[in-house]
Ligand binder design. Structure first.
Ligand SMILES: *[C@@H]1O[C@H](CO)[C@@H](O)[C@H](O)[C@H]1NC(C)=O
Length: 265
């Protein structure tokens, strides 16, 4: 991640911290997987095996309250290391990831709030309560600090088993990929992204499959993929059914969240 200069020191400090339970002040600093105690942020892809659009990939961790025996829980990522004096001064530890530009192409213009999000008062009601004013009318729809760049994205598959059909589609962005996880909510994924140095974009979706290459991934859990930059929907080219040897999977309810300047509180 971005802590290249201090990486060696961090590794030394982190491993000495986790080696001594008395000094393990960060409850979530280490992930215990196969007896190895290494913070997720020190592992390739933060513990994920490959990328979610690849056959036999595996998520790195779970987010929120989701607990699975085969995956570590999110350990606070890079933020968990910010207690170390050497890192506390970094821009990320001081103020988190700077907002990123929204994609300029292939993405709907900023989603705007419905100007009338509240139902009209029912005529039977003699003294209807006035509708509360819409928050930020006409502004972007924000989920915490993230702008919702698309919801339930669908496209027409141009290859694979679903060629010509309307399908849900998730981001493929090899250049900006960080990791992926399973979660119980989009909120949990956005929180994890904010605790991950350089994370600016989250794509949440359900990856469903009849047979399984990795059961928990296909078990109806939300998949969250994390990226360095906000991807345009031109990159939503993972619609499932594209692998040769894998069982048919489908992508459902694919949503994009960009850490946008418009949503900073
Ligand atoms: C998403 O889109 C599909 C296809 O248009 C539709 O069938 C489905 O109901 C939508 N799901 C949600 C949650 O809006």
């Amino acid at each position: 991640m971005k802590f290249a200069v201090a990486a060696t020191t961090v590794a030394l400090v982190a491993s000495s911290v986790s080696a001594n339970p008395l000094l393990n002040l960060h409850g979530g600093l280490t992930s215990k997987l196969g007896g190895v105690s290494t913070p997720l942020c020190k592992q390739q892809y933060l513990g994920a095996v490959g990328r979610p659009w690849e056959v036999n990939s595996k998520p790195g961790f779970t987010c929120g309250k989701l607990a699975l025996p085969t995956l570590p829980m999110w350990d606070g990522g890079d933020k968990a290391l910010c207690g170390l004096p050497l890192l506390a001064w970094t821009p990320f530890c001081r103020s988190g990831n700077a907002p990123a530009p929204l994609p300029t192409t292939g993405c709907k213009p900023p989603t705007t709030n419905n100007p009338h999000p509240y139902p009209d008062p029912t005529p039977e009601c003699p003294n209807p309560k006035p509708n509360p004013p819409p928050v930020n009318p006409g502004g972007p729809v924000c989920q915490s600090d993230y702008q919702v760049t698309y919801t339930n994205f669908t496209t027409v598959a141009d290859s694979g088993a679903y060629k010509g059909k309307v399908v849900g589609a998730a981001t493929i962005d090899n250049d900006n990929y960080l990791t992926y996880a399973l979660a119980d909510s989009a909120d949990a994924c956005l929180k994890a992204c904010s605790q991950m140095s350089a994370c600016h974009f989250v794509n949440t979706y359900y990856d469903e499959e009849v047979a399984t290459d990795y059961a928990p991934k296909r078990g109806g859990q939300m998949t969250c993929a994390f990226f360095r930059s906000c991807a345009s929907t031109l990159k939503n080219t993972n619609w499932g059914g594209q692998g040769n040897d894998r069982p048919l999977n489908t992508i459902k309810n694919s949503n994009g969240y960009c850490l946008s300047p418009a949503c900073q509180s």
